[in-house]
Write a protein that binds this ligand. Structure first.
Ligand code: SAM
Length: 304
């Protein structure tokens, strides 16, 4: 049975995110643990909660019903959030939360195919109502493409040869379940692999199937414009690729879109970038799923 997702670093997230009355965005609503705590502790907060997973929204709707009209929900990926924001009345956000990756409920449901610990269809989609499954993507993938996916999203050593071996099985329709993938990894590596290796491959494929890197890039593009002055953004990132993208957006040179929207004031030098960095703290957090392991969780608390 799936277990409710426990919100990560709840006190720390709220400590930065709570920023007075106004409209907040939770772009990764999940089971709404962070959202509920925010709405309870900030009486003037209104919330737009978004998730790409229809079942997460259904669960969150029940949990947040007690807040009535303070909450609106949208089935939206990061790319679709700006339209959802406009529909919710828009305006500058006082706070935004991105708790990236998967919820425990998604990991624990064998039908989602996210976990190497349980057998199920190799689906891997956060939104089962859209797009192609992991098995379908693998059957049509090229060796270069899959090698890059394993390397970039999973830090898999020997990514090219593993890609070749997996594709040979996938093209014959032999990689349609999580168990089949796990066994194919074993065969490719010449014996039962370390669980870390399975986790790397599953993570890489999930990020690819859900276009997570592109989704994050899209969000980092529209975020400066969506925030009101002094708006707070909290991100929780669980692997180095996400962490790097966020840092680049935060520390990099002024984004051209941001620079363009600033009015020119004679004698005043415009700020170089949209964000002030509020902390550089990086914490380690023990993943509380079946796939236990120490993961790096970086927190970035930003101010527009
Ligand atoms: C770690 S969980 C969030 C848990 C939540 N903070 C809580 O307290 O229950 C991440 C959620 O974000 C959703 N998600 C991940 N990437 C997304 C994207 N690009 N667009 C929309 N939702 C996304 C997932 O479907 C999942 O439900």
């Amino acid at each position: 049975m799936s277990v409710r997702h426990e919100p990560v670093l709840l006190a720390e997230v709220l400590g930065f995110l709570r920023n007075g009355p106004g409209l907040y965005l939770d772009a990764t609503l999940g089971d709404a643990g962070h959202a509920e705590a925010l709405l309870e502790s900030e009486p003037g907060a209104r919330l737009l909660g978004c998730d790409r997973d229809p079942s997460a929204l259904e669960y969150a709707a029940g949990r947040l019903m007690k807040f009535g009209t303070r909450v609106s929900l949208a089935h939206a990926t990061f790319r679709e959030v700006p339209a959802a924001l406009a529909a919710a009345g828009g305006g500058g956000l006082v706070g935004a939360l991105f708790d990236l990756g998967l919820s425990s409920r998604q990991i624990d449901d064998p039908a989602r195919g996210m976990s190497f610990m349980q057998d199920g269809p190799l689906d891997l989609r956060m939104d089962p109502s859209r797009g192609r499954t992991g098995a379908e993507r693998l059957e049509g993938a090229g060796e270069d493409e899959l090698g890059a996916v394993l390397r970039e999203h999973g830090d898999v050593v020997g990514s090219r040869s593993l890609a070749r071996a997996l594709l040979a099985e996938a093209r014959g329709g032999g990689l349609r379940t999580t168990r089949a993938l796990r066994e194919a990894i074993d065969r490719a590596l010449g014996g039962p692999a370390h669980p870390r290796r399975y986790a790397q491959v599953f993570q890489a494929l999930r990020i690819w199937v859900n276009g997570e890197a592109e989704e994050l890039e899209a969000a980092l593009e529209w975020l400066p414009e969506a925030m009101g002055p002094g708006g707070m953004v909290v991100t929780l990132a669980y692997h180095s690729g996400e962490d790097r993208k966020i840092k680049q957006a935060l520390r990099g040179p002024a984004g051209s879109r941001f620079a363009r929207r600033l009015p020119e004031i004679p004698g005043v030098r415009p700020p170089e970038r949209p964000w002030d960095e509020l902390t550089r703290r990086v914490v380690l957090w023990l993943i509380s799923s079946e796939e236990k392991g120490r993961e790096r969780v970086s927190e970035w608390f930003l101010c527009c």
